[in-house]
Design a protein around this ligand. Structure first.
Ligand code: 5GP
Ligand code: MG
Length: 180
């Protein structure tokens, strides 16, 4: 798999250390709030598992599965494949996402969750790729792990056609892999 990677953007150690920092910030911001931490499947799984273990406060976890992406281009069509199991009405909700790209997925997720009337709703994304943001998306992430350049990245949960999620780092996929 490593031979399909053009460049390692974030090493395992860089990710680990940033998540530790975010953990301190989030543990402070959500102290006494007993938040519901919502992971947006599937790309978030690795980040989610590492991130929640850095929260030194009581919290609940839940998942939402949405789909929008096929190959390397967003289809623009977002839908809920699996909804939350928890009732988040009146609860403090923190969304964990893998990457904030065009913003269509997060925009959809936020609208979907706001209908459930949480007490508060914030976004924590591991990666932010602002160069690709759709101008119609005004949403901003409240917590960002890393800002990344405009390249298609895989690893640490992020896939290309369901592969590479198990790479322990975030890397840029060689364009020839998805060119054909
Ligand atoms: P958005 O709706 O913001 O364009 O995209 C969000 C979703 O698209 C992410 O949750 C992720 O699943 C996928 N995505 C966006 N950019 C990338 C990328 O560079 N690499 C991979 N593997 N997935 C991406
Ligand atoms: Mg995703």
């Amino acid at each position: 798999m490593d031979e399909h990677i053009a460049q390692i953007l974030l090493t395992q150690e860089q990710i680990r250390s940033r998540i530790r920092e975010l953990g301190e910030i989030l543990s402070r911001d959500y102290a006494d709030k007993d938040p519901v931490v919502v992971g947006v499947l599937k790309g978030v799984v690795i980040f989610f598992a590492d991130m929640v273990r850095e929260l030194k406060i009581p919290c609940q976890v839940d998942f939402l599965c949405i789909s929008s992406y096929e190959g390397t281009e967003s289809t623009g069509q977002v839908r809920v494949k699996m909804d939350l199991s928890a009732d988040i009405r009146g609860r403090h909700v923190l969304i964990l996402e893998d990457i904030f790209d065009t913003g269509h997925s997060l925009d959809f997720t936020v609208t979907h969750l706001l209908r459930k009337q949480p007490a508060s709703l914030k976004i924590c994304t591991l990666l932010d790729k602002p160069a690709r943001r759709d101008p119609s998306v005004t949403l901003q992430a409240d917590y960002v792990g890393f800002t990344v350049p405009n390249a298609f990245v895989v690893g640490y949960g992020l896939d290309y056609e369901e592969h590479y999620r198990n790479l322990p780092y975030v890397g840029v996929l060689k364009p020839e892999i998805y060119a054909n």
